[in-house]
Design a protein around this ligand. Sequence first.
Ligand SMILES: [Cu+2]
Length: 155
Amino acid sequence: MNKKQIELAWIIAVLVILLSWGAINIVWIGDVHNSIATENNHVSANNSSNVQLIKVQGTQWSWTFTNSSGVSTTDAFNVTVNKTVELVVTSVPGEYIAVIHDLLIPQMGIQIYAVPGQNNTIEFTPTHTGVFFFECVEYCGELHYEMRGYMTVVK
Ligand SMILES: [Cu+2]
């Protein structure tokens, strides 16, 4: 092989590696999103009793979840499968001032900012029972890594 052919082979090899890597990731991300939850792409003013309304408060450095019965839990919450969940997310002061957090539930395809003074809402419908990891993905201070927990989807 001359220099030109070697260069061409190198370009093609790199192209094949990057394109297949990209394709695998697109398929995998789509899979995770579609298999676990269906997301409604609208912000609802849905007050129907069929929606599981959950208030979410991020603080330094934990998450508090309050359901419509007024029951609060820290770094964990339960929802019912095949029923729409509406999260109303905000940030409240902890030891110091309120800062911005960001709630990510990777397997639900859900990510939403917790902003002081703002109620951000997001809806999704879990289609599988199980225990699903969530965490804060906005660096929010020294114990940021403690803002993690599990959402349990029950029958
Ligand atoms: Cu945080």
